[in-house]
Design a protein around this ligand. Structure first.
Ligand code: HEM
Length: 509
């Protein structure tokens, strides 16, 4: 070999590692910081113990970096805690697989969908290619967004459900005695029955067989274990049987003529599923999914709103004054609510709702990065890593909400200098995967709370503080560590037989 060639070779050999290491250094410096922690003795037990709160704790321990990474056996998991970066992530979804992990977690692990259903739901390329949704998913999402929009599409459903709540809540426990009733349990019982009537009409399986309501809440309570998907038939056998009883009952409902008076949302979803050849079994599982979206979030939200209101006399007073003047008495037996005017008529109650979702929402959808890309000028995300935007890391971050970020303070929603970036409040997720029920549930939750607070004076003797927040995987809202006992006294003059609702007053809020 000529001397010249040898020289070039030796220079090249000397330089290659330098080039590689300088490129690596440069790229590494653009990547989000990796927070310290041992994969086996630190991160894994931390994730098992704290669930979706674990990234929040890591953020706190590291002065809330806008985005940070942990590494477990070479797998990088990024957590975003800055609203600005979160909204960029939502816009850059073409670099991300937003579907695969979600579909496997929800439809396979949580609902137990079979292979033929999973084929319709999952993109054939892994990770899902840019057009991530299958045609079936795409149509299902679009019908959900259309039918769950606030206003006309859901008016009948809304009216039936709120009326049903008003009629059930007394007989179910708010019976005007001095006997304290467990609030969460009562809400679970009343709201699942009311939801059943509103969603499924007269042939509602939940009325035909009330033990299905208990089955639903048993299943819901074991959700985290279902998601692990470690032989659930044996590891969570009672909850597994409960889920299968629900599936069988709702499959049967679809087979044996629930059609007549089912709600538009149930009809619309089942028509899409039938058109794509889904089985009766899938239709049953799909109803469990719908109940999950509605109840597993609505019940704890109503619970936390009532608990914070009744434990804070000043807040209770302000909310009660608002509710009293908001509800119109049409005659001694009939009261009226105008759902479309709640935002202007009940600002303190609305702030209570927003603050509840800020402090108790716990969603954390995970996306897979499909190719290296720059999230921002100095932020490189690596192919095959996972990125999550847990609501809690954004909602409980003092850099986004001030030093009292962990306190329940409705006043923050009235501050004139509030420079709140709207993406600092993300209880419903964001981007193309945002919750389709987010508008409708505003009317539903606030009207339910209005009906309860207009009808009853609530107290919780001996209780000073709200209960703790229980960690759950894949839940939109935290549930309490324990229920609280509440005494409900019917307000004197309220001998109401009927609630009516001002039509055309609901609008997307
Ligand atoms: C306080 C109430 C609610 C909260 C906090 C909530 C939260 C969420 C969140 C965080 C997601 C995931 C979004 C994402 O990953 O980007 C979601 C999805 C979903 N929600 Fe809600 N939700 C609520 C009420 C409802 C209601 C009332 C319904 C229906 C009646 C509903 C139906 C759904 C459905 C079907 C999905 C799945 C969408 C998909 O398939 O991609 N949600 N919700």
């Amino acid at each position: 070999m000529a001397l010249g060639s040898l020289l070039i070779l030796s220079i090249t050999v000397t330089l290659i590692p330098l080039i590689i290491s300088s490129r690596r250094r440069q790229r590494e410096s653009e990547e989000p910081i990796t927070v310290p922690g041992h994969p086996i003795f630190g991160h894994l037990p931390g994730m098992i113990r704290h669930g979706t709160t674990y990234p929040v704790l890591l953020g706190q321990a590291n002065d809330h970096p806008p985005i940070y990474a942990i590494s477990i056996f070479g797998q990088r998991i990024y957590t975003v805690s800055s609203p600005d970066l979160a909204s960029i992530v939502m816009r850059k979804q073409k670099h991300l697989d937003t579907e695969t992990q979600f579909i496997i977690t929800v439809f396979q692990n949580m609902l137990g969908a079979d292979k033929s259903a999973m084929k319709l739901l999952l993109s054939s390329t892994k990770p899902a290619a840019k057009k991530a949704r299958t045609p079936f998913r795409e149509e299902m999402r679009s019908i959900e967004h259309k039918l769950l929009a606030s206003g006309e599409p859901m008016q009948e459903f809304y009216e039936t459900m709120v009326t049903d709540v008003s009629q059930r809540i007394g007989p179910s426990g708010f019976d005007n005695s001095n006997t304290a009733v467990p609030l969460l349990k009562l809400l679970e019982e009343v709201l699942i029955a009311a939801a059943g009537t509103a969603l499924y009409g007269k042939k509602n399986p939940l009325v035909a067989n009330p033990s299905l309501g208990r089955d639903y809440w048993l299943y819901d309570s074991q959700m985290s274990l279902f998601l692990l998907n470690f032989l659930p038939r044996y590891t969570v056998s009672e909850a597994f049987k409960a889920r299968e009883r629900l599936v069988a009952a709702f499959s049967d409902y679809h087979v044996h003529g629930g059609q007549e008076d089912m709600s538009d949302i149930v009809r619309g979803r089942s028509e899409v599923a039938r058109r794509y050849g889904c089985s009766d079994d899938y239709l049953g599982r799909s109803e469990v999914e719908l109940l999950n979206g509605l109840l597993s979030n609505m019940v704890p939200t109503v619970f936390w709103m009532l608990v914070h209101t009744l434990l804070d006399p000043a807040l209770a007073e302000r909310v009660s004054t608002e509710v009293e003047s908001f509800v119109q008495e049409l005659d001694p037996d009939t009261l009226s609510i105008a759902p479309g005017k709640i935002r202007t008529g009940c600002p303190v109650l609305v702030a209570t709702y927003q603050e509840t979702l800020r402090l108790y929402s716990s969603s954390a959808r995970a996306y897979q990065v499909m190719e290296d890309f720059m999230l921002a000028d100095d932020c490189l995300l690596r192919k095959n890593s996972i990125i999550t935007i847990p609501a809690e890391t954004i909602h409980r971050n003092p850099k986004n909400w001030g030093n009292d970020a962990l306190e329940f303070n409705v006043e923050r929603w009235f501050k004139p200098d509030r420079t709140l970036n709207s993406s600092a409040w993300v209880p419903f997720g964001g981007g193309s995967s945002i919750c389709p029920g987010r508008f409708f549930v505003f009317d539903m939750i606030l009207s339910t709370v209005i009906v309860v607070l207009h009808s009853y004076d609530l107290s919780a003797p001996g209780i000073q503080q709200p209960p703790g927040r229980k960690t759950r995987v894949m839940s939109g809202i935290r549930i309490p560590t324990e229920d609280i006992d509440v005494i409900a006294k019917q307000k004197e003059q309220k001998n109401v037989r009927k609630w009516v609702f001002e039509r055309n007053s609901t609008k997307a809020t």
